[in-house]
Structure formats: C-alpha cells, structure tokens
Design a protein. Structure first.
Length: 631
C-alpha cells in the first residue's frame, strides 16, 4: 500500500500555450503509462472536444504516474486567465509546482500570477525552460527573467534557489545541462521531482480523518463528487464523517476571519483514486493521496470532511474567484427558432444553468425579472463563450446579449471597474496602430521593449471594457501577426467612456433567401456576413456597414426579368467571400442593442427588437430617459 513518504503531489503551472499538456504527454511516455504499441493521441489530458479544438486546457485534470517506488500525482492546470481560479484551488492540494516557461517568450502575465500564488503558499517551484529547440529561443534570457520575477514577487532564499531543467515537452526530453547532457529522455525530470518535491507534510495515517474539498465534478447518477487531498487519517467507503462549511466573515478576506455556517453528519457512498488517467474505485483512502469522494448532495468548495469524533478545527475557506463580466442568456425568439436545434424554454434554460452551477463555481446566475431569460456572470468573455458553445453542442438554441463588465463602488461611492494587465507582442511596423487603438480604449502603456527580432513587447494597464471587442480588430491591424494576452488584476477607478465599434450594421428589412443580385449591390456598402440563397429574416444583421449608423436593406430583392440582353452583362461582376463570424467574434462585435443567436448549426447576429418601427420607438424612449436623467 502507498505510504505518505513515497507520494509526490505537484501541479504544472504556466501561461497559456507554454506547453503544460504537451509536457504531460512526454511524462506519460517517459513513465511508460501506455503500452509500447498503444495508439495515443497528442494532448491526451485535453479529453474535451472544445479543449482539443481551441488548444487550451479549460478545467484542471488529475493523473498519476509511478517512478521507482514513488507515486507522483500531477495536476494539469488551465493557462488562460479566465480559469485562473482553478489554479488557486489546485495549489492547496500540492506540495510543489513545475513552473513552465517558454524559452522564447519568457514569463508572461499568467506566469506572474500563478507563481505569486505558489510563493504565498510557501511552495518551492521547479522551473522548466521549455521549447528550447524552437527558432529564436533564448533559454538564458528566459531564466534570467524568471529569476528576476521570483525576486520581485518576494521569494525567500530557499524558493529563489530553484532547480532548473531545460528541454522540449514536444520532443520528450529534459536535461539539467543544455550543453553537456544528451537531449533525450525524461529521467532528469523524474529524478528532480523525487528529490525536490517534498512528501506530504505533517500527515499521520493513524490520526483522525480530515480532508478539504478543492474541486468539484458531477455525475448524473451519483451527483456531486468532491476532490481533495487527505490531510490525515483513513476513511472507508460507507463510513460517517462531519462536513463543515465555512464562509469568509463579512466578505473581508484580508483579515483572514471566517464563520462556520453549517455542520452536517454525512456518509460516503463512493471513493476513488486516480491511477494513470482513470479513476479507480477503492474501499479506503489514506493520508497524503489526492482522492474523490461522493455522498453528500451539496458538497461545496472548501468543505472540511472530518472524523465524527474530531470535527474541529475547520479549515479556512478556499478562494472562489468573483465574476467580472456578465451577459443575458435568453430563449430564442427569432423566426427560425426550433428549426436547427431544440428551442428551449426559460425553465429548461434555468435547469441547464443550474446543472452548470453545481461544478462551475466561478459562474453566477441571477433572475432579474425578465420573462425571457436570466443574467449570467463569469470570469471573462472566454469563460462564458465556452459555456455557450457547450450548450450549443448539446443541441440547444439560445440568444445572448453583449458582455458587460460588473462594477463595484468603494466606501465613498466612487465607481470601480475591473482592470487588466495586457501584454502585446507586435511587429515593429504595426506598433503605432496598436498603441493608438489601445489609447482610445483607455489603455495606459507602462512598458515597452524590443526583442531584437523585429518584435516589440508593449505592456498596458487597461480596463476590461477596453478589451471587449478589440481582439478581432487587433488581428486585422497586425495582419494576424500580433499576440495579445491579458489577465485580471483587480478593480480600479472608472476610466470614463471607452471608444468601441465605430461602424454600424446592415440590417435586413425582409424575410426570405438572400439573392446574389442584391448582395452584389450591397457589398459596396460594407462587409457581408451572408451568402446567396442563405435564409435571412427581418431584423437580422447581414453585414457590417462601412460607416457609423445602421443601414436598413433588403438582401432578398430579386432582379427584374426583361427582354433586354447585353453581351457584357456578366463581365466584372462577382461576390466577395462573406465574413463568417465565430461565436467568440460575434460576442466581441455586437452592439448594445444586438444579440447573438446561437444554434447547433449557425451563429447569427440580430437586433434585440426585430421590428424596425419598434426599434425606433425604443430608441426615442431611451433618449428621453437619458435626457431626463441628465437634467
């Protein structure tokens, strides 16, 4: 049986796209988790179709490998800032981290954040300089920047004296000395983990049982499943325990005070441990291991499970990230509702979101009295877009409003809004356009440096509002060569009006099939989103107008048939390829009075009020209300 002394618990943390999941593929190959003739896909930990398509990790994953007599629990964490709360909770389960740094990019915004959290918990990271075989890789500079970051974040002497390995997760090798050691194998990494990652501290298998829930999962047959590390003792399936739920006192987390809000007697129904990639059901769990427990109906993040004889002390609550962006999820009221998927009712919409709330603890749902939908809040545009995409793939149809930031007020009544740290890597010839556009969006440049390869790195402090709708514009301005990354850093004073979209919409005035004849006439007025013979309806946005203000149009108009013929009538005619909006692009692009209609087959943009006369009346009412409020 595994003992605490030969268990190693660690997490892999890094900025997005620095190679965490690919590194785990190499670890699996190095530890011979699969048979030699087994056919294994790349990024095996990204088992969700969305994760594979987008190339990102959305939810943290747990796996184990064995090296010698050591059992190594590894947690793959998300790299995108919208899912950073998962990283915070995962760090409470581990004793060290592998900090992955790209040899070309060096530390990035998310690198700073996850490292700061690890250092605050007293963890001693192991630094892996990854992708050293790439063009323009500079391992020495990346290591220097990483060391400077450790010092800047207040690392103590032991934490700053970190072991370093160099290698390539894709190539499947890591070494201690890049010049002397042969570039093959993962032995150096495994040896470093066993040597430098401490076994679970202060654990006694014979003490009373105690563990804390750090992450949640859901099973339709069993219900909520809680995951955490067993801190002390043992527990057998079917035994009773006390579940203690705690909350921060008066939401003042800085003081570190909390209250016990519930204490219930519970019984476990199922216990699992992870071996390789699979969960294995077991009869007993013991101190030091990371395990899964089912039984209580309403397990919550931060709950303490303890022996009935020794329920005290309760462990402090874990941080649950607060939402920064919200949007309305509405039932599909368009003319094509139910033709491409399931036209859900408000009750079905609430049921689906309730199910999501059971495991997605950063999500909030609020009923604001609308008869057609609810307000949903999350960590960012991507966080909410992932949920919408999952619902779409389940066959549901719905409409969603533009994302809006969630504001707070300080003690003096001043408005505060979410702020982001933005880093932009852009070719030198396009830096002017990027600086100008970000300045309009209230971005303040705090740092600029040249990489020496024709790329400029620009660092900005910018309100979250300023980034909504900018990504597509940024890619256009930089011809697709720019890279933009950001992370939420807190709340700051309201920055005033932010300049956003400057062009209007081309709005259909009729329902039917778009004709090539009319689209050819319309494409000179803007950029089209539809093709000939594509169905459109009244109030649907069929393109972007080249000027400010909306352009009503009739894309279904047909050419009048006459007896007149011209030998040159087909010369110099043709339609441009329409711009096809993805869900993410549509959410960024839409105006405040527009919605995105999402079905399993289509992503359409429409006006919130389809009838043109009703829209005009609504605009007049809003203008009158605004004028009244100004007086």
């Amino acid at each position: 049986m595994t003992t605490p002394t030969n268990i190693r618990n660690l997490a892999i943390i890094a900025h997005i796209d620095h190679g965490k999941t690919t590194l785990i593929d190499a670890i699996f190959r190095g530890a011979h988790v699969f048979r030699e003739n087994a056919r294994v896909e790349e990024r095996v930990m990204d088992n969700n179709a969305l994760e594979r398509e987008r190339g990102i990790t959305i939810r943290s994953k747990h796996c184990t490998v064995t090296w010698g007599d050591c059992l190594i629990n590894i947690i793959d964490t998300p790299g995108h800032a919208d899912f950073s709360g998962e990283v915070e909770r995962v760090l409470s389960m581990v004793d060290s981290v592998l900090l992955l740094v790209d040899a070309n990019e060096g530390p990035m915004p998310q690198t700073r954040y996850v490292l700061m959290r690890a250092l605050k918990l007293g963890l001693r990271p192991i630094v892996l300089v990854n992708k050293v075989d790439r063009p323009n890789a500079n391992p020495a500079a990346a290591l220097d920047e990483t060391f400077d970051l450790f010092v800047e974040l207040g690392a103590d002497d032991e934490q700053a004296d970190f072991p370093v390995l160099y290698g390539s997760g894709l190539g499947g090798w890591f070494v201690r000395d890049l010049e002397k050691d042969p570039h093959e194998g993962m032995e150096a990494l495994f040896e470093t983990i066993v040597e430098h990652v401490p076994p679970p501290a202060d654990v006694d298998p014979d003490a009373p049982f105690r563990m804390q829930i750090s992450t949640l999962a859901w099973n339709d047959y069993i219900g909520r499943i809680g995951c955490g590390r067993v801190l002390e003792g043992r527990h057998r399936a079917g035994q009773h325990f006390v579940r203690t739920t705690v909350r921060w006192k008066d939401f003042d987390r800085q003081e570190g005070e909390w209250d016990v809000v519930a204490r219930n007697n519970e019984r476990s129904s199922h216990l699992w441990v992870t071996r390789g990639l699979e969960r294995q059901e077991v009869e007993e769990i013991s101190a030091g291991d990371i395990v899964w427990v089912a039984g209580p109906e309403d397990i919550m993040i931060g709950d303490t499970f303890a022996s009935p004889d020794h329920p005290e002390p309760a462990l402090p609550p874990l941080e649950i990230e607060e939402p920064t962006v919200s949007m309305f999820f509405l039932v599909n009221s368009g003319p094509f509702a139910g033709q491409e998927g399931q036209a859900i009712t408000l009750r079905q919409l609430r049921e689906r979101l309730d199910k999501e709330l059971k495991t997605n603890v950063a999500l909030r749902m609020e009923d604001v009295g609308r008869g057609d939908g609810v307000k949903v809040s999350g960590r960012g545009e991507l966080h909410l877009a992932i949920l919408i995409e999952e619902m779409r793939r389940e066959g549901m149809e719905l409409c969603v409003s533009p994302p809006e930031v969630i504001v707070h007020h300080d003690a003096d009544g001043n408005m505060l809004e979410p702020m982001e740290k933005l880093i932009v890597d852009v070719p030198e010839e396009y830096q002017g356009a990027a600086i100008e556009k970000l300045a309009r969006r209230k971005g303040e440049m705090v740092h600029m440096e040249a990489s020496g390869t024709g790329i400029m790195r620009l660092e900005f402090d910018i309100p979250t509002r300023g980034l909504i709708g900018y990504r597509s514009e940024f890619l256009t301005d930089t011809r697709g060569l720019g890279i933009m990354t950001s992370r939420f850093v807190g709340y700051g004073p309201w920055k005033g009006t932010v300049a956003t979209r400057t062009r209007g919409s081309m709005v259909s005035m009729d329902t039917g099939e778009a004709t090539g004849y009319q689209l050819e006439n319309l494409q000179v007025r803007g950029t089209l989103f539809v093709s000939p013979q594509e169905r459109v309806y009244t109030g649907m946005v069929i393109g972007e107008h080249s000027r400010p203000g909306d352009l009503p149009c009739n894309p279904t108009k047909k050419k009048q048939v006459t007896n007149h013929r011209s030998s040159t009538k087909e010369i110099a005619t043709g339609l441009d390829v329409p711009r096809r909006m993805t869900l993410d692009q549509a959410l960024e692009w839409i105006a405040p009075d527009e919605l995105v209609e999402v079905t399993p087959e289509s992503v359409r943009i429409r006006k919130g009020i389809l009838n043109a006369d009703e829209r005009r009346k609504s605009e007049k009412r809003q203008a009158a209300l605004a004028a009244s409020a100004a007086r």
